[in-house]
Design a protein around this ligand. Sequence first.
Ligand code: KG4
Ligand code: ZN
Length: 363
Amino acid sequence: MTDTLTFLGLESSCDDTAAAVVQFHGGRGEILASVVAGQTELHAPFGGVVPELAARAHAEKLDLCVEQALARAGVGLANLDGVAVTAGPGLIGGVLSGVMCAKGIAAGTGLPLVGVNHLAGHALTPRLTHALAFPYLMLLVSGGHCQFLIVRGPESFSRIGGTIDDAPGEAFDKTAKLLALPQPGGPAVEAEAAKGDPGHFAFPRPLLDRPGCDMSFSGLKTALLRARDGVMRDGELRAADRADLCAGFQAAVADVLAEKSRRALAAYLSEGPHAPAFAVAGGVAANKAIRAALETVSAAFGTAFIAPPLALCTDNAAMIAWAGIERFRAGGRDGMALSARPRWPLDEAAPAMLGSGKRGAKA
Ligand code: KG4
Ligand code: ZN
């Protein structure tokens, strides 16, 4: 196999339409271009992603994103070695838009087509950004996902725990909504939390009393609603109470993620990995308090802590192009029979996860 590979990647599984060109050379990956067209404004009036609107917007924007990515990378279709596309999990209309676009390009050019699991894209990103060696521990924590994975190879993942209901980003977004803060909720809640007292309101630490790495976040929003209603007067919330509610909520999420990370690290380290590393991805990893808590846990175990740049932690197509290259190098190929899968667990052997949040099916 040639030692240089240039792949186009497409992503359209939720509310970001994205295309990227990534090159593998000398054993490492380089992003030649990465274009992301978000749909936040499109869905804002509805308080959540509307699947049909998302799918139509993806279908409209994908070819423009591809054109832009190729132009920015300075490559033509003839310079590519393959096309990688998110084939699931996610909102089916969006995934279909991407798969059809990729099939069109592959059929027109004769390029190999590689279907990629969106979660594998997130999970393999630290290899693109930090050339991390297998096996490493990954915490994927975003608006739609929350799981611990031991990443063993391009297509080998062991899920050792995850949320049984909401993802933490979803809980941050709901908290923001309940406190009349803007969306996306994470950054708004974090800014309020910085002004508040995390001990003022008592928040539960769900599932810490049970062994293992599974998590639950839906009870936190119920606790927040009760606490809010207890201090609201004539529909008004005092600024100090809002800040204390945010601080208490954020501290509870951070505590749960930190304790479950301790357990996940212990399980991972018990396998005796050669160069232990703990990597995070997903929008919630942008939260400074949560990131610091995870970093502290990792340091206590003497394990390297890896957080890719935020633009590569959130949804993008560079991670899809990269995961496509990894799969292709391992012999993975798909033909025109490639289908879109709304649910597609990374670890088929792990028990199915419960729940399906507003961001689509959790795998
Ligand atoms: O990874 P991402 O961009 O999209 C997916 O969910 O796939 O993550 C977005 C989520 C949102 O729920 C947002 O509120 C949350 O990440 N988020 C944060 C922060 N920044 C973004 N949550 C907590 N603190 C933040 N600073
Ligand atoms: Zn994602």
